[in-house]
Design a protein around this ligand. Structure first.
Ligand code: NAG
Ligand code: NAG
Length: 630
């Protein structure tokens, strides 16, 4: 029953006193509300590794189709999160997103989430305070006045008390970070290439904040909805809740003014006052008209016209402006080019004591079947037979619909920047980045951010995407010098990146280091060069200068001095030595080229062999094993 209580605030219509003698069709059977869940996997510490369920809150933006790995933080004090958090934002040691753990109680769930978001949390886990099955955290009507509900952009999840206690215990030890992976991928079924979704709504525009919320959603989502419907990516069906009048009240004034078809289909009075303004009857008729508009438009293969009708109707025929009558909607129908007679035929005569097949079907659909659960809240959005949880807002809903497509069959609108999560804006989503080069492994998608080493100017980076990415491939030195050391002094540049090596950094000759930092070697001091007798050695950047004693000439390759003799013999010696040096240089060069070629050959062979069996490897065939596929 705690579940029913938690949801009670979401029955704006059932709480009205004037309404006690109408029955929602469901109240005769056992009302079934489905708690939609996501999964939470504890990754560390080892001893509490397990998978748990969390109930997705009906506010904020659940990461449908995506996952989030974060570090659990439990505040030292004010653990209910009701009073907000001053001080610096929550941070994790590893720089991963913070999943803030808060206790249930003392204030609205949504306020906890809002305070958590303001304090830097990427998601909020609310630990239940009693042992009970999971419930759906909802938003109370009153707190909407404060305006923070619309600003909650992080996901929130309720976890059961035992799981909350286990997390707190692990955090008390403070030995290692408690890492959890929140997973919404299975929260939305994604069986095929078409998403079926339905929206349970109401034509009434005077029911307060919920009516405004659903109207704003319809207006804002219209563009996406029509695009998806025209492309055949989705099949959308609008639905309307109706009530019925119990037998003993059939002839009462109340049932007569609130119901059509002899008490069969009713709606609560919009003003909750039977003597004033519009009656429930008017609302049922308009709801029926909107249903028939969809029916008829669907028959002419233009089901998306419902969205136009509903938005135009709201603008032209609003209850507020007292234009909620049957002439006004007919003008809208005509302006959209829909056949008025067919719609009238579909609606039938509301005064007749007969069933209306359209409304009858709606009443039957209100009762949940399979995984869906009953529709008891307005507005309710059902996607692939699962009730949507979270804020009723354009991008958040589009994300959920996109998650309902079989992976890689999402329509283009799902991959547009419109529904990027923008998680990369904040600290690059915790992914690898190179601040100097302004490159990051963070990629925004509707499924959430992913950390994937990028391709920059055609150069592929490889790595885990979180802690490292490195440029690989032939052109790698062109981007940020392949992540290697490079320095220019007095117009002279040295680099630890070599185009001839597919990866790695190696300090050039005359330098020493790991390739990411290189330092000049002082050849003179270390006795590496200029060892000739009486020579004077002067270290330079990346090299050295050696001067011989007196009239002698320094031969670098040989690290020796020879006399600068003007005699023919002297010249001859010099020439011989120079010829030897040149010969040695040519030989060294050829050897180097050969080595390089063979190095690259093996490197390329190694890469290719990952893709195809090479012939010479094939010859050394291994004995075939019957279970070679493992
Ligand atoms: C709309 O039309 C399609 C076929 O064109 C049909 O499968 C679907 O059930 C129709 N929807 C409604 C609500 O009538
Ligand atoms: C980094 O690149 C992004 C887009 O690629 C750009 O918006 C941003 O201003 C750049 N930042 C710096 C510091 O260059």
């Amino acid at each position: 029953m705690a579940m029913a209580m938690a949801m009670a605030s979401s029955f704006p219509m059932l709480t009205t006193t004037t309404f006690f003698f109408f029955f929602l069709l469901l109240s005769s059977v056992d009302s079934r509300f489905v708690v939609e869940k996501s999964s939470i996997r504890v990754l560390s510490p080892e001893h509490i590794r397990a998978r748990h369920d969390g109930a997705i809150a009906n506010f904020g933006v659940p990461d449908y189709g995506g996952t989030m790995t974060g570090v659990v933080v439990y505040p030292d004090k004010a653990t209910t999160g009701c009073s907000g958090f001053d001080g610096p934002p929550f941070k994790s040691k590893s720089g991963r997103p913070v999943v803030l753990l808060l206790d249930r109680g003392d204030c609205y769930f949504a306020l906890k989430a809002w305070n958590g978001q303001k304090a830097g949390a990427a998601a909020v886990l609310v630990a239940d305070s009693i042992d009970e099955p999971l419930i759906t955290m909802d938003t109370p009507e009153e707190s909407r006045d404060e305006g923070y509900i619309e600003k909650i952009t992080i996901p929130s999840v309720l976890i059961n008390r035992a799981f909350g206690d286990a997390l707190k215990l692990a955090l008390e030890k403070r030995t290692e970070e408690v890492v959890v992976k929140l997973d919404w991928r299975e929260a939305m079924p994604h069986p095929d290439e078409r998403v079926e979704y339905e929206f349970w709504t109401n034509s009434n525009d005077e029911c307060g904040i919920r009516c405004e919320e659903q109207m704003n959603f319809v207006k804002n989502f219209k563009g996406h909805a029509q695009l998806l419907e025209r492309g055949g990516f989705t099949q959308f069906t609008p639905h309307y809740i109706t009530w019925f009048c119990p037998e003993p009240f059939l002839l009462s004034r109340q049932c007569k003014s609130q119901c059509i078809n002899h008490g069969r289909y009713c709606a609560p009075d919009p003003e909750q006052d039977f003597n004033e303004g519009y009656d429930g009857k008017d609302v049922v008729v308009e709801n029926l008209r909107q249903l028939c508009v969809h029916r008829v438009a669907n028959e002419s293969n233009r089901p998306w016209l419902w969205w136009d009708f509903v938005t135009d109707f709201h603008i032209r025929c609003s209850m507020k402006e007292k234009k909620y009558s049957k002439d006004c909607p007919n003008d809208v129908i005509k302006s959209l080019g829909l056949p008025l007679d067919k719609i009238k035929e579909c609606m039938g005569n509301p005064e007749d004591d007969v069933e209306n097949s359209v409304l009858k079907a709606e009443q039957q659909l209100q009762v949940g079947r399979g995984s869906r659960g009953d529709v008891t809240i307005l507005p309710t959005l059902v996607i692939n037979n699962v009730q949507y949880r979270g804020i009723l807002e354009r991008t958040s809903v589009l994300k959920a619909i996109c998650a309902g497509f079989k992976e890689s069959t999402e329509p283009p609108v799902c991959l547009s920047s419109d529904i990027e999560t923008n998680q990369c804006l904040d600290d690059d989503g915790g992914c690898w980045r190179d601040k100097d080069l302004n490159i990051t492994a963070c990629k925004d998608t509707f499924r959430g951010r992913i950390c994937e080493c990028p391709i920059v100017d055609g150069v592929q980076y490889k790595g885990d995407g979180y802690s490292f990415c490195k440029a690989v491939g032939p052109a790698r030195c062109a981007v940020g010098n392949g992540g290697c050391w490079s320095e220019t002094k007095n117009g002279q540049t040295f680099s630890a990146c070599s185009e001839y090596e597919l990866n790695g950094c190696h300090c050039p000759l005359g330098f020493r280091g790991d390739g990411h930092t290189c330092e000049d070697v002082n050849e003179c001091q270390e006795g590496l060069a200029c060892q000739c007798d009486g020579c004077t050695c002067k270290n330079t950047w990346g090299g050295y200068d050696c001067k011989c004693k007196g009239n002698h000439l320094y031969i670098k390759g040989e690290d020796t001095c020879i006399a600068k003799s003007t005699s023919a013999f002297g010249w001859f010696i010099t020439l011989v030595v120079l010829a030897c040096v040149a010969g040695a240089a040519v030989a060294a060069y050829l050897f180097y080229k050969y080595r390089l070629r063979s190095y690259m050959d093996t490197e390329i062979m190694a890469i290719m062999s990952q893709y195809m069996p090479l012939d010479n490897q094939h010859n050394a065939a291994q004995p075939l094993r019957p279970d070679s596929n493992i």
